[in-house]
Design a protein. Structure first.
Length: 289
């Protein structure tokens, strides 16, 4: 019984194994980036950047059809362009970074949807917006695993300045010249992982696997290393559970994965010992010796 429910879908079907491997790669690469987005209070920035890649991916689609590499390059160019433009507007005008990002992401989202809907079919639009995790091929898996590897190496190299920037960005600017490089490298990692997640989960869902596991982990641990480990575990379990639900109940795979991650967040919010509702309602009592 347990074999048929948990293992047989992956044992019998190659597309399920590829989907699981792709989701694991996204979990390992994107979720640690989501942890730092959350710690830097930039969670909504990640959502804005996810929509910003849409017009580039749409242009890649117009040029080469549903080509993995054309849509990847287009998404990277569009995402980095929006990030740089938002930073320029913030520094050159009185507009705050969140407002400039919101403006550019809304323009990008509308432009991308317009391009795909006028030149493609409804099926193509659904593919771009919601992804096709069950249709991942070997090239897509290679891309996702490469992005995960680059992300882990970059995070390891910049771990200390990233942690310091989360705690006190002004201090990092005053004692080190790494502040600007750390910030823009981190934004590049955000865009890179969103482009990778876009191929599996679509532009509307890609940010979910970054933020929801990180937010869920925040209610269980405090240490950043443990936070990353718990977030990756939540993302992997959500991916596995979502794919199984999709297989057994004929549900859309991407939304199923994100909804399971949302359920993990809701349970963590309710029962997590670090700032959760139950922990606040029934605080631990310490007995002095």
């Amino acid at each position: 019984m347990m074999w048929e429910i948990l293992v047989q879908p992956f044992a019998d079907f190659g597309f399920m194994r590829r989907a699981l491997m792709g989701c694991v790669a996204i979990s390992v690469g994107a979720t640690p980036v989501g942890v730092f987005l959350m710690l830097r209070r930039m969670s909504l920035t990640g959502d804005a950047m996810a929509h910003a890649i849409l017009p580039g991916a749409a242009v890649g689609y117009l040029v080469a059809g549903l080509s993995l590499w054309a849509m990847t390059v287009g998404g990277l160019i569009a995402g980095m362009a929006v990030a740089l433009l938002a930073g320029f507007v913030t520094r050159a005008t009185a507009l705050r970074e969140d407002a400039s990002l919101a403006a550019f992401y809304l323009i990008s989202l509308a432009l991308g949807v317009l391009i795909v809907s006028t030149r493609g079919s409804n099926v193509d639009l659904m593919h771009v917006l919601f992804g096709t995790v069950l249709a991942l091929d070997d090239d897509a898996l290679t891309l996702l695993c490469s992005i995960a590897s680059v992300s882990l190496l970059a995070l390891a190299a910049l771990f200390r300045p990233l942690v310091l920037e989360c705690a006190d960005p002004q201090f990092l600017r005053s004692v080190s010249g790494l502040s600007a490089m750390t910030h823009f490298t981190f934004l590049a990692l955000v865009v890179l992982n969103l482009v990778g997640g876009f191929h599996a989960l679509g532009t509307l869902m890609a940010v979910g696997i970054m933020i929801l596991p990180a937010a869920a982990a925040r209610f269980w641990v405090v240490c950043i290393g443990a936070l990353i480990a718990v977030a990756i575990s939540v993302a992997m379990l959500s991916s596995l559970s979502g794919l199984l639900l999709s297989y057994h109940y004929s549900l859309p795979s991407g939304p199923a994965i994100i909804l399971v991650a949302g359920l993990a967040y809701a349970l963590s919010l309710a029962f997590g010992p670090v700032g959760g509702l139950a922990g606040r309602a029934f605080p631990r009592r310490y007995v002095e010796a």
